[in-house]
Design a binder for this molecule. Structure first.
Ligand code: MG
Length: 343
């Protein structure tokens, strides 16, 4: 989404999927909540108290909205992008980034067969990725063993997207991965089953990582109280924008969790925010950060990111640090809505 404010333009992305299957949020819902609720609240805040700290105004504007964090992230990122372009400051600097490159890490979807999976991971290793994560599901544990056998020295993690349960069979299947030295097993159970994750974590040597289970600091505090995870996947979009995500990451690190930056299927707009976030100190582990050419033949930005020596350069230009091609956005858009102050 694009914001135009006092001669400045800013971009953000709400990378919700077309259907509410991975998260409750979905693309058409995100568009509706932006147009009907979030943007009008921002205009009201601007009318009532136009001056003052931007982050304070953002927090105040959306304080009474429940959930819809991807939609919120799109608007907040666009507001930050416009503001930081005006201030000639990069988002990375604004967030307190401590590095100019972040490690590239790959997250692969559920493969059709084990040979294809091993082949894809070989390609990833050749491309320089420093960690490869792939989807796992009940019954696919032998595939993980095959990958480990093929790549004994590679940093490997698996993500179950909630496909297991905390039954004895489920736990035994996960325990069969323990000898493989995986970096972590991500989100084995359903997102709302924190008690189940705590029971599973107790039985595993492999660190347990949570992703979609943690959106807020309250979720994180529950995870800490239950010892339900040792690693946290923080995504700017899932957490309501890069600033909220950074707050969550800091709190997780302070509690002793390893933290990495995840990503959605996102254009260079969303990826720029993710890479800037990943460059800040709480992010200690390799994230799910790839060039956007993995998702799109043509991106809407001038820089879809590339891997050099296993790393991705953190944008240093003002704002998100990428230039958006309006023509490409128009060409790929399936619908558009304009909301103006005073409408
Ligand atoms: Mg995940």
């Amino acid at each position: 989404m694009r914001v135009d404010a006092e001669g400045l333009v800013g971009w953000g992305e709400a990378p919700a999927l077309p259907e509410p299957t991975y998260t409750a949020e979905y693309a058409a819902g995100a568009a509706a909540v932006l147009a009907d609720h979030l943007v009008p609240r921002w205009f009201r805040t601007q009318r009532e108290r136009p001056a003052g700290d931007l982050l304070e105004r953002i927090d105040r504007a959306f304080a009474d909205i429940e959930g819809h964090r991807m939609a919120r992230s799109g608007l907040i990122t666009a507001l930050l992008d416009a503001h930081l372009r005006g201030a000639e400051r990069s988002l990375a600097a604004f967030l307190g980034a401590s590095t100019e490159q972040v490690d590239a890490g790959l997250a692969l979807g559920l493969a059709d067969n084990v040979d294809r999976l091993v082949g894809s991971i070989g390609d990833a290793q050749a491309a320089g990725y420093r960690r490869v994560k792939f989807k796992v599901a009940p019954g696919r544990e032998p595939w993980v063993i095959a990958v480990r056998d093929a790549f004994p020295g590679l940093n490997i993690a698996v993500d179950a997207n909630g496909a297991y349960d905390a039954s004895r069979d489920g736990v035994d299947a996960l325990r069969s991965l323990d000898p493989l030295g995986l970096d972590y097993i991500e989100q084995p159970l359903a997102a709302d089953d924190l008690a189940g994750h705590a029971r599973v974590a107790e039985r595993l040597r492999t660190p347990l990582c949570l992703d979609e289970a943690v959106e807020t600091t309250a979720d994180l505090d529950t995870v800490a109280a239950l010892s339900a995870a040792r690693v946290l996947n923080v995504k700017a979009a899932r957490c309501g924008g890069p600033v909220a995500a950074l707050r969550l990451a800091r709190r997780a690190r302070a509690g002793g969790l390893g933290v990495f930056c995840g990503g959605m299927v996102e254009t260079g707009v969303g990826r720029a925010a993710s890479v800037a976030l990943a460059a800040t100190p709480p992010f200690t582990l390799t994230g799910d950060l790839t060039p956007t050419s993995r998702f799109f033949d043509i991106d809407v930005v001038d820089d879809g990111f590339v891997i050099r020596d296993g790393t991705i350069a953190v944008p240093s230009r003002p704002g998100l640090g990428v230039e958006v091609d309006d023509g490409a956005v128009r060409r790929f858009a399936t619908s558009s809505v304009a909301v103006r102050s005073g409408d």
